[in-house]
Design a protein around this ligand. Structure first.
Ligand SMILES: C[S@@+](CC[C@H](N)C(=O)[O-])C[C@H]1O[C@@H](n2cnc3c(N)ncnc32)[C@H](O)[C@@H]1O
Length: 207
């Protein structure tokens, strides 16, 4: 679903954090069919040959939930006219877990022991996280909506060490994503520069 520019950036950052020994696993929240997860997984296969690092994949695997009013009119229209924030699929960006596993394991030949699937709404799965991933070298957020972005930052940001990379795929695409990130950064006093990748995505590197 992403652009060539974003795919290349993801590959380059995957390589960079591994080559510069930023500690931690890779995490993607919002997987859909697994395209970006595949890039992250292939980079791990190539540059983390001893299989120390895991790739954690969070998704409902049943599509986007309802947006809330904070996501704006465009999000409600995209979702078939609903915007109450209910954790019920609006059947956009829908891909089942078997389809994603088939793509990652059979098509890309990623090692099964490397990947950890967290199936369910972020709001349900993230609070259940225990020790792992204890550190996150690369955090890619691609859940589109305000609440989806906020809950990921709330639960995962503190696990990103210095030098870790945070990629927000939807910052300039969906207004709720930008709002959630801006509020989070303001509340935490984060001044690491937000770098624009293209017409949709941004990243920052944790200092
Ligand atoms: C735009 S798609 C992801 C695209 C994918 N990363 C790629 O690169 O092709 C958004 C994904 O986020 C998931 N998602 C959004 N909000 C969620 C939530 N609150 N809980 C679980 N999954 C969510 C949807 O199920 C969907 O698969």
């Amino acid at each position: 679903m992403t652009s060539v520019t974003r795919s290349k950036l993801l590959w380059d950052f995957s390589k960079k954090v591994l080559n510069s020994d930023v500690p931690g696993d890779f995490v993607e929240c919002g997987v859909w069919k697994g395209g970006s997860a595949g890039i992250m997984g292939m980079a791990l296969e190539k540059f983390d040959a001893d299989h120390h690092r895991k790739l954690h994949l969070f998704d409902s695997f049943e599509g986007l939930p309802e947006p809330s009013e904070l996501d704006g009119e465009g999000a409600a229209i995209y979702s078939g006219g609903v915007s109450s924030g209910k954790l019920e699929s609006v059947h956009q960006c829908e891909a089942g877990i078997d389809e994603v596993k088939n793509f990652l394991f059979n098509h890309l030949s990623l090692a099964e022991e490397r990947l950890i699937f967290h199936q369910g709404w972020f709001q349900d799965t993230l609070p259940l996280l225990k020790e792992h991933p204890s550190k996150i070298a690369l955090l890619r957020l691609d859940g589109d909506w305000y609440e989806s972005t906020k809950v990921c930052l709330d639960y995962l940001y503190d696990r990103v060490p210095k030098g870790g990379v945070i990629i927000l795929d939807d910052y300039f695409c969906w207004e709720g994503c930008k709002k959630a990130a801006d509020e989070f950064r303001a509340a935490r006093g984060i001044v690491d520069q937000i770098v624009r990748v293209d017409h949709e995505a941004v990243y920052w590197i944790k200092s």
